[in-house]
Design a protein around this ligand. Structure first.
Ligand code: DP6
Length: 349
């Protein structure tokens, strides 16, 4: 397809999706968060993207998803136009972009974090090569995170391994609303073995997009208390992560998931994304925890699917519980077996 194009530069990256434990919900200015958020990257849910720059023809962006002309070309063209204020070389080239996800498109998993993460990493690598800068530097990841944020807020947390924080917080001087930072030191080894069973309740199209949900926070009656709560929850969760406090982790993570959905239910207009099967799974997770004292909990994004979080040491018990009690509430029994991940990687092309 691109055989007769004179390729000047290319870059390809694999970038994971991430799941927020403290949720980003509400924006200020352009793609800046109303509150800080904290997440970890997944290992098995990722996007692989390659970018080729050339000067042939007059189509600015040719975008292929799974090898076929994809539907997101227009959004990517707008994005490139926007980030060209930071990367002026963008205006000199046309782009051929190939992208694919490791998870099915219809799984109801948001792919914007991994997609914009992968694209931003390609752009950052090209930018560093044009300016002759060393890619193995903290600047590289910061630039990638900032460019990813401009495509989709949560994407800025996908360019690191393990846990990261996006948004200004008193915990770290280096934290910023412009990019995420990686939580490097001090996270207890117990959290390095975190597991995420993504229970796919409903793959249908969401009734309300995340963008519309973020917008509703602008006039939300609970806006101020939500910002205070998320800020406090980032502090509490960080303390739990460094002290290895699983009980605290469980408590904060579930409170956050419920608070996100409470914001949706109390916005104007309001909306409900949880399904009866989502509630059934949430209740069963709580009952299982009470009965067995095994530290499991749920988190949920802006949709009906439930992420069941648990620890490596409890894998056998939890998987038996999923089989026995939860799969009956998943659409066609579908779920994704995932875990905390080792972050993005360049792809050899
Ligand atoms: C509920 O990052 O998808 O998943 O910035 O408009 O692209 P845009 O929104 P997006 O919002 C994600 C919201 C969330 C919580 C989170 O990931 O922190």
């Amino acid at each position: 397809m691109t055989g007769n194009l004179k390729t000047l530069h290319r870059s390809a990256w694999k970038c994971p999706s991430n799941i927020a434990l403290v949720k980003y919900w509400g924006k200020r200015d352009f793609q800046k968060p109303m509150n800080p958020s904290l997440s970890f990257v997944l290992q098995n849910a990722f996007t692989e993207t390659s970018v080729e720059l050339h000067k042939n023809g007059d189509q600015k962006v040719a975008f292929y998803f799974d090898g076929k002309p994809g539907p997101f070309g227009e959004r990517i063209e707008k994005y490139l136009e926007y980030v060209s204020c930071k990367l002026p070389w963008i205006s000199k080239y046309n782009f051929t972009i190939f992208s694919k996800n490791s998870f099915p498109h219809s799984a109801g998993i948001a792919s914007s974090a991994s997609s914009f993460g992968a694209l931003a990493l390609c752009l950052t690598e090209l930018d560093f090569s044009f300016s002759g800068r060393e890619t193995a530097s903290a600047d590289f990841w910061r630039e990638a995170s900032e460019l990813a944020r401009m495509g989709s807020g949560s994407a800025c947390r996908s360019v690191y391994s393990g846990f990261s924080i996006w948004g200004q917080t008193q915990l770290f001087e280096s934290s910023s609303d412009d990019f995420a930072i990686r939580l490097t030191d001090g996270v207890s080894p117990i959290f390095q073995g975190l597991r995420d069973a993504i229970l796919l309740v409903d793959s249908g199209k969401k009734e309300v997009s995340s963008s519309a949900g973020h917008q509703l926070m602008e006039q939300h009656i609970y806006q101020r208390s939500r910002i205070a709560q998320a800020t406090e929850n980032v502090n509490e969760l960080y303390l739990a992560l460094i002290s290895g406090d699983q009980q605290k982790f469980v408590q904060v993570v579930e409170a956050e998931a419920l608070s996100l959905h409470a914001m949706m239910m109390t916005s104007s207009p309001s909306f409900i994304l949880l399904k009866p099967n989502s509630l059934e799974i949430m209740n069963r997770i709580r009952r299982f925890r009470e009965k067995t004292q095994i530290p499991v909990c749920f988190t949920i994004d802006a949709g009906p699917n439930i992420h069941l979080l648990y620890f490596q040491g409890n894998e056998l018990d939890v998987k038996a519980f999923i089989d026995r009690e939860l799969l009956q509430f998943c659409e066609d029994g579908n779920w994704i077996d995932d875990r905390i991940g080792s972050g993005p990687q360049p792809v050899t092309i």
